[in-house]
Ligand binder design. Structure first.
Ligand code: CMC
Length: 429
């Protein structure tokens, strides 16, 4: 008769252990009983980068990396990108269901009425040098927000949590726009709650007191879809940081400052900036084969390629590639797209990339769109941050309301020195 257990035989002792299996997973804790001597710590699992370790049970995002499937709360990303809006998707991620008309109107109203920054925070931006990386400003601004909203540390109170969610989603576009305006030495534009979420963001970035000013609806829509595509991606590096800091019961602003710092890295959200740098360096379609050869020799990685989970085309990259051409209708062609398309073609026919299942990821085409929209490359990861914010918040709410969760505290395999006595400095060699 089949049983949902594993039998583990310890060949060191000949002892056998029966361990429950649920969802094709064993509890790492069940390994602890396996030991040779009773005073030993017991068996652990070793998994650098959490390659094969589930740290939570989640109902938010489903990914099938082999098939290239991404769903938020069960809804396919392709349908959400085509039919939904970013704020509706944010609601879906955080509350688990699509909103009714009234719920959506209330949600949008609340978020659009939490867009203003405290004036002390506005001064924060002036403290940065003109060439400060906007991600550094974004991370600092998130930490700053925790000093303004002290009640945010009451994370067990659902009303307090919701209030911080309104504030974070409302204020982040203002922070991002102020980072940009500071960088280009222009006065800040204050938010306009009569506009849509992405429309208001583009307005704050761009407006120069023209008498007739309108945000281009195609660009606002394109950015809205890009935000949807970035909104969540289950337990990636930055989300794990959000959960890790959240597990210590820090307030959500502090947790999010940490998550944004992880996103900043070039192997994570910083890759879109790196892709544009790479394409600019390649410079011409004819240089693509030589560049690929250098990647294969291990000189550097092809940025915007490869993924820990996707071993197939990243479904987000497919949608982004299509949006790119819609944006170019407005902005004019970005010449880097030809190099990107050729790079993708050559790589996908090459044994090196085929055997390792390396496909374009979300960052491969997004930077090209952002550049065509005249965003400087160092703003790209800030845009990723705006998109990812609802996902981080949804995962944080799930964490703090999950009775099975504990403070994140991994183990280690200690390979350092055994006991040794302190040596006074005069006696050291
Ligand atoms: N170019 C060339 N070779 C690569 C690449 C790449 N972009 N990615 C992985 N490989 C090779 C790697 O060298 C290794 O080869 P070998 O087996 O011969 O040593 C093999 O593929 C497996 O790589 P890995 O490092 O074990 O894979 P990982 O799952 O740990 O890394 C990754 C995933 C995304 C960090 C990696 O693919 C990468 O560095 N890509 C470039 C950066 C990038 O585009 N990041 C954005 C990720 S998607 C959005 C996001 O998360 O923010």
């Amino acid at each position: 008769m089949s049983k949902d257990t594993f039998t583990i035989i310890d060949n060191r002792t000949g002892k056998s252990y029966e361990i429950p299996v649920e969802y094709s997973t064993i509890r790492a804790r069940d390994l602890r009983q396996i030991k040779v001597h009773p005073d030993e710590f017991g068996t652990m699992s070793y998994d650098p980068g959490f390659d094969n370790t589930a740290s939570c049970k989640s109902r938010i995002t489903f990914i099938d990396g082999e098939k290239g499937i991404l769903r938020y709360r069960g809804y396919p990303i392709e349908q959400l990108a085509e039919k939904s809006t970013f704020l509706e998707v944010a609601y879906l991620l955080i509350f688990g269901e699509l909103p009714t008309k009234q719920q959506l109107a209330e949600w949008e109203y609340k978020i659009m009425h939490h867009t203003f920054l405290h004036e002390n925070m506005t001064e924060l931006f002036h403290a940065f040098r003109y060439d400060a990386h906007p991600m550094g400003m974004m991370i600092s601004a998130l930490a700053f927000m925790s000093t303004l909203h002290k009640e945010a540390s009451r994370i067990e109170d659902p009303d307090v949590r919701l209030k911080q969610i309104y504030r974070i989603l409302g204020k982040l576009p203002t922070v991002a726009a102020f980072c940009y305006r500071h960088r280009i030495g222009r006065p800040f534009n204050y938010p306009n709650a009569d506009m849509g979420y992405t429309e208001n963001f583009l307005y704050m970035l761009d407006y120069m007191h023209q008498t007739k000013y309108e945000v281009n609806p195609v660009l606002a829509k394109a950015l809205d879809v890009l935000f949807i595509l970035h909104a969540d991606h289950e337990q990636n590096a930055s989300t794990s940081v959000m959960r890790s800091i959240g597990s210590a019961y820090a307030d959500p602003y502090s947790a999010m400052a940490g998550a944004a710092a992880a996103l900043f890295g070039p192997r994570h959200g910083g890759a879109n900036e790196a892709v544009v740098k790479m394409l600019t360096e390649i410079g011409d379609v004819k240089n693509v084969p030589a560049y690929i050869e250098r990647v294969k020799k291990g000189e550097f990685r092809l940025m915007g390629f490869g993924h820990r989970v996707y071993k197939n085309y990243d479904p987000r990259a497919k949608i982004i590639k299509r949006i790119a051409y819609e944006v170019f209708e407005v902005t004019g062609m970005n010449p880097l797209i030809d190099i990107a398309v050729e790079l993708e073609r050559v790589a996908l026919e090459d044994e090196y990339f085929i055997s390792r299942k390396l496909y374009p990821n979300v960052d491969f085409y997004s930077g090209i769109i952002y550049q065509a929209m005249r965003f400087p490359p160092d703003m790209f990861t800030v845009l990723f941050t705006l998109g990812r914010a609802p996902g981080w918040l949804a995962q944080w709410v799930e964490l703090v309301t999950d009775p099975e969760q504990k403070i994140a505290r991994p183990r280690q395999i200690y390979l350092g020195y055994d006991y040794r006595d302190y040596v006074p400095i005069e006696q050291r060699g």
